[in-house]
Design a protein around this ligand. Sequence first.
Ligand SMILES: C[S@@+](CC[C@H](N)C(=O)[O-])C[C@H]1O[C@@H](n2cnc3c(N)ncnc32)[C@H](O)[C@@H]1O
Length: 272
Amino acid sequence: MNELMNHTAEMGQMEMFSRAWYNEYFRRAAESPAHSRFCKAVYGIDLCQHGMMDIEEMGFLASLLSVGEKVLEVGCSNGYITEYLHEKTGSHILGLDYADAAIAQAQDRNRDKAGTLNFQCVDLIHDELPGDDYDVILAIDSIYFMGDYNKILVKLNARLRPGGRMIIAAFQVKEEHDSDAILLPGHTRMDQALQALSFRYVQHDFTPNIRNHWIKNYQFSRMLQPEFADEGNAFLCEARMAENGWFKDHAERGTLVRFMYVIEHNADLAPC
Ligand SMILES: C[S@@+](CC[C@H](N)C(=O)[O-])C[C@H]1O[C@@H](n2cnc3c(N)ncnc32)[C@H](O)[C@@H]1O
């Protein structure tokens, strides 16, 4: 179990990060001017984000994708990031998420692009992945929700074409019981899973970005709290506040790192 899930809190009747919770989140976020302002201020661009990737890291990610590449994005939420990457790179993307309300929003906005940009409601733990022979499988702050890292890496690897790659953006924190080494490149939990499965990969360090992200996330959620409340969207603000204190503490203590892992297809791994 990873750190993000470990510190989840109950919000009303809905368990945080459940499908129902994400549906509620994206139903409200898509209509919320305060959320839009929050994203612009915190990420540098409003793509209705709920992850941790700022505009600089997004630009780097876009530079790794090419025109016409067949991309699967897992955990795409309501698809604004997917659309942005599609437009910037000319890659053909299928976005998956289990939040059906979020997927419906993405589908409604993009019906005219059905040849090159599609969205589908899929539970990444329980359902089969659609399609195969992907050039790229992309996971932006969604890998934490997909269970055991080793299992999901094997599952995703099986849908790549030979020579394809996975791109996974993920954070790592050091908690009391962890050794200091867990924060070092080559030693995070994702590194450990990748090495155990003999993947070849490179990792790009976005630690300054994520530390800055959580400090801004903390500040702007408090600054915009009255605007969220006036809109009747206190839920969105409380959702951010429920996690940003924990992350800000780690950012300030220097116990939070972030990497983008670019991972080569491993032809020797048997699909599970
Ligand atoms: C932290 S958000 C990241 C969203 C987006 N990638 C971003 O960076 O803003 C995690 C996303 O994973 C989705 N998710 C969580 N568990 C899932 C599952 N079992 N199957 C499919 N999607 C899931 C959520 O609905 C949510 O959209």
